[in-house]
Design a protein around this ligand. Structure first.
Ligand code: PMP
Length: 394
C-alpha cells in the first residue's frame, strides 16, 4: 500500500522526527534482483545454507518469561563475564535483536531535548532511535583509536549529557576498533562525570588479527552502563535475538520496558539459540570458521579497493567486523553515484546518513564485504569506482 502524504489522524509530535533507514530503503530496492550489494550489513547466507536447526520442544510454544530463557541468559552472561563484565543471568535480558536493546535504553534515558553524545559517524539505526526520542545529539569524531577522551571530557562538561552511546569494536560504519588505552581513558572520564555508557558490541567476535580489547564497560568503576550484544552476526540474524546486560540498578526498569514492548522475545528462537550455543568448544569452532571465512573476504575486498580506488579515496583496513569506510579525495554527489551504480547492478551506502544533521561529514562511502562473493567483489568495486570517477570529472 502506498503511504499517503497527509492524514487526518493526529499523530504524536515525535513522528516528525521519524526517519526511514536509508540502508533498508536500498535493501528493499535491491531485494529479489541480481545485484552486487555492498550496501547492507548482512552476514553471508551461504554460511547457513546446509544448517539444520535444532528441534524445539513443545514447552517453547507457550508464553514465557519477559527476561528470556534462563538457559540462554546463563550462556550469554557467562560469555560477557569472560570479557570482564560483571554479568549474571540476573542482570541479563534477552531482547529481540540488540536493536530492541537500544530502543529500550532510549525509552529509559531520553526525553525531548536530553543531550546525548555519540560518535561521528555512528550506527544509523541508533541515530534513528535517538532522534525519534527527540534527544539533542552531540557528536565526537572517531580517529584511528576511537573518540578523544579529552574531547569527551569537555563535551560532557559543556552539555551535562546523562549518557554516551558508543560502538567501539569494529564500528558500524567505520570499521574502527578503539585501542585498550582509549577504552581505559574513556571509562575514567565517564566515571569522573558519572555518565551512563551504552556500549553496542555486535561485531566483537568477528576479528581478523588479534582479539579486540575488553569492552569499555568492563573498565568502569562507578558509572552506570548498558552493554548490548547480539547473536545476529555469529549465529543467524533471522532469529532476531540479542541481549542487554546492565548495572543491576537499571535492570528492573529495563525489564518493565521490555514487558511493555513485546512481553518477551520469540521463545522457539531462544530455545534454538540456547541449544546452538550450549557447547563452548563447538561455539569457539564456529566462530573460528566465521573469522576465517570473513578474513578471506576482507582480503579480497582490500585487493579490489587497492586496484580501483587508490587514486580516489583513503581507507584503513578493518581488523574485524564487516565494513570498509572510504574517505573520498574529492566530494561528489554520492546519491547520483548510487543511481548510476544501481543501473549497473551495484549497491553501496553513501556515508551521510551515518552522521547527525548538525555535524560536518566530508564525503565517505561504507562498503560491506561480508555478503558479496569474492568473485563479484572486483566487478562491483570497478563499477563503483567508474561511477565515482565519472562524477569527479563531470
Ligand atoms: N548495533 C549495530 C552497531 C549494528 O550494526 C546492528 C546490526 N546492523 C545492530 C546493533 C542490530 O543488530 P541486531 O538487532 O540484529 O542484533
Amino acid at each position: 500500500m502506498k503511504t499517503p502524504s497527509t492524514t487526518s489522524a493526529r499523530l504524536a509530535g515525535r513522528i516528525k522526527h521519524l526517519t526511514g533507514s536509508v540502508a533498508r530503503d536500498i535493501l528493499s530496492r535491491t531485494q529479489d534482483k541480481e545485484i552486487i550489494s555492498f550496501a547492507g550489513g548482512l552476514p553471508d547466507a551461504t554460511l547457513w545454507q546446509d544448517l539444520k536447526l535444532p528441534e524445539v520442544p513443545p514447552a517453547a510454544y507457550q508464553y514465557g518469561p519477559s527476561e528470556g530463557e534462563h538457559s540462554l541468559r546463563s550462556i550469554l552472561a557467562e560469555r560477557n563475564n569472560s570479557l570482564g563484565l560483571p554479568a549474571t543471568p540476573e542482570n541479563t535480558l534477552i531482547t529481540s535483536g540488540s536493536q530492541q536493546g537500544i530502543d529500550l535504553a532510549a525509552k529509559l534515558l531520553l526525553e525531548p531535548g536530553t543531550p546525548l553524545i555519540l560518535e561521528a559517524p555512528s550506527y544509523l539505526a541508533a541515530i534513528q532511535v535517538f532522534s525519534l526520542f527527540e534527544a539533542e545529539l552531540h557528536t565526537l569524531a572517531v580517529d584511528t583509536d576511537g573518540i578523544c577522551p579529552q574531547a569527551l571530557d569537555r563535551l560532557l562538561t559543556e552539555t551535562q549529557a546523562p549518557a554516551v552511546y558508543l560502538n567501539p569494536t569494529f564500528q558500524n560504519p567505520s570499521g574502527k576498533c578503539y585501542s585498550l588505552e582509549r577504552r581505559q581513558q574513556i571509562a575514567a572520564v565517564l566515571d569522573q562525570h558519572g555518565t551512563l555508557l551504552m556500549e553496542d558490541d555486535p561485531y566483537r567476535d568477528i576479528y581478523y588479527d588479534e582479539a579486540p580489547p575488553a569492552p569499555i564497560a568492563s573498565f568502569l568503576k562507578s558509572a552506570p552502563w548498558i552493554y548490548f550484544a547480539s547473536v545476529s552476526k555469529t549465529l543467524i540474524p533471522g532469529l532476531r535475538l540479542g541481549s542487554l546486560t546492565c548495572s543491576p540498578e537499571l535492570y528492573d526498569d529495563l525489564l518493565k520496558l521490555k514487558q511493555a514492548s513485546d512481553l518477551h522475545s520469540n521463545r522457539p528462537a531462544q530455545f534454538i539459540a540456547a541449544s546452538m550455543l550450549a557447547d563452548e568448544a563447538e561455539r569457539a569452532e564456529r566462530i573460528e570458521g566465521l573469522c576465517q571465512h570473513y578474513r578471506q573476504k576482507r582480503d579480497s575486498m582490500q585487493q579490489a579497493l587497492a586496484q580501483h580506488f587508490t587514486d580516489l579515496a583513503t581507507w584503513e583496513i578493518p581488523s574485524g567486523g564487516m565494513f570498509f569506510w572510504l574517505d573520498l579525495e574529492q566530494s561528489i554527489d554520492l546519491y547520483a553515484a548510487l543511481e548510476k551504480t544501481l543501473e549497473k547492478g551495484v549497491a553501496f551506502m553513501p556515508g551521510s546518513p551515518f552522521f547527525t544533521e548538525k555535524c560536518d561529514q566530508g564525503c565517505s562511502i561504507r562498503i560491506n564485504f561480508s555478503l558479496v562473493s569474492p568473485k563479484s567483489m572486483d566487478k562491483g568495486i570497478k563499477i563503483l569506482s567508474d561511477a565515482v570517477r565519472d562524477l569527479q570529472q563531470a
